[in-house]
Design a protein around this ligand. Structure first.
Ligand code: BGN
Length: 288
């Protein structure tokens, strides 16, 4: 059976991968290349019990071709790493501003009821690791795993960056009360999560930058994901809000949960930010 690992690493030893983006990857082809997947995009190693059970959470809206690319590369990648994992694609239904962070919280809340996951990897759909040694696992502290992305010349654009891919154990994620729910539109929700981690006395770990090299699919900013310019104020008061705004204030309505061969699709109505938990409301509450 052809897979990216057999093609690039005949001995199946992990190492640099040849990642090329092509937009004609069919779901049927990806399914046929991953015959051992269980419904909902689950897999576990055949000959051992994995130490961690990993839920991969992907926020999503209108990125079908990126999702196909992600599935094409990441299923073989995770299976080669002997991961016990499931993939959750969390789709925002409304046309209102995108809320990446709230979708992450919904993904966590649904996945935790599905299986006894111990590790949650929150990833964008458009970043693909370029090295099989970049272990998709949780650690003693929350991990930032997109610390070497081609778009940023394989460097950190700033020290506290926490975007793209992050990994939290269940305990770590509960400790920070998840992501904030009030970041509508582009930017800042990841910086705010970084502040939560620090406020709760944890550090951010990062993999070696050579091994963590990743490729980002270049694209234009999505319509409906404009920046509101409010992030800066919200990030400043992260430590004051974190116990009130997050997993414990999460309100959403599930439209459907569908088990596909390659992933579990969660379609959710997360509101439009004009209710009690709106950004304006939160800014007022904290006199920002
Ligand atoms: C930053 C964004 C992050 C994003 C990185 C990388 C903000 C907050 C402004 C106060 N932060 O600028 O969310 O991950 O760029 O693209 O917009």
């Amino acid at each position: 059976m052809e897979s990216i690992f057999y093609r690039t690493n005949p001995d199946c030893h992990p190492g640099p991968l040849d990642i090329k983006f092509a937009y004609n990857m069919s779901l049927l082809k990806i399914i046929s290349q991953n015959p051992n997947l269980q419904p909902g995009g689950h897999s576990r190693p055949k000959y051992c019990t994995a130490l961690q059970k990993i839920a991969i959470i992907i926020p999503f809206r209108n990125r079908e071709s990126h999702l196909r690319t992600w599935l094409y590369y990441m299923h073989p990648f995770l299976q080669q790493q002997q991961a016990d994992y499931g993939v959750y694609v969390v789709e925002q239904t409304e046309d209102t501003l995108f809320n990446r962070a709230k979708l992450m919280n919904v993904g966590y809340s649904v996945a935790i009821k599905d299986y006894n996951y111990t590790c949650f990897i929150f990833t964008d759909v458009d970043i693909i690791p370029m090295d099989g040694r970049n272990l998709f696992r949780c650690s003693d502290n929350p991990r930032h795993m997109a610390n070497s992305v081609d778009k940023f010349n394989f460097k950190l654009p700033y020290n506290d960056i926490f975007g793209g891919i992050v990994a939290f154990t269940k305990e770590q994620f509960i400790k920070v009360n998840g992501f904030s729910n009030v970041f509508w539109g582009w930017g800042g929700e990841d910086d705010e999560l970084f502040q939560r981690v620090v406020a709760m006395g944890m550090k951010v770990e990062r993999p070696d930058q050579t091994i963590a090299r990743s490729k980002m699919i270049s694209h234009k900013r999505d319509p409906g994901n404009e920046s509101t310019g409010k992030s800066f104020h919200l990030i400043k008061k992260a430590h004051e809000r974190l116990h009130k705004d997050g997993l414990n204030s999460l309100i959403y309505t599930i439209i459907s949960i569908t088990s596909h061969k390659l992933y579990t699709k969660i379609t959710v109505d997360i509101g439009n930010g004009e209710d009690a938990s709106s950004t304006e409301g939160i800014l007022n509450l904290f006199n920002l």
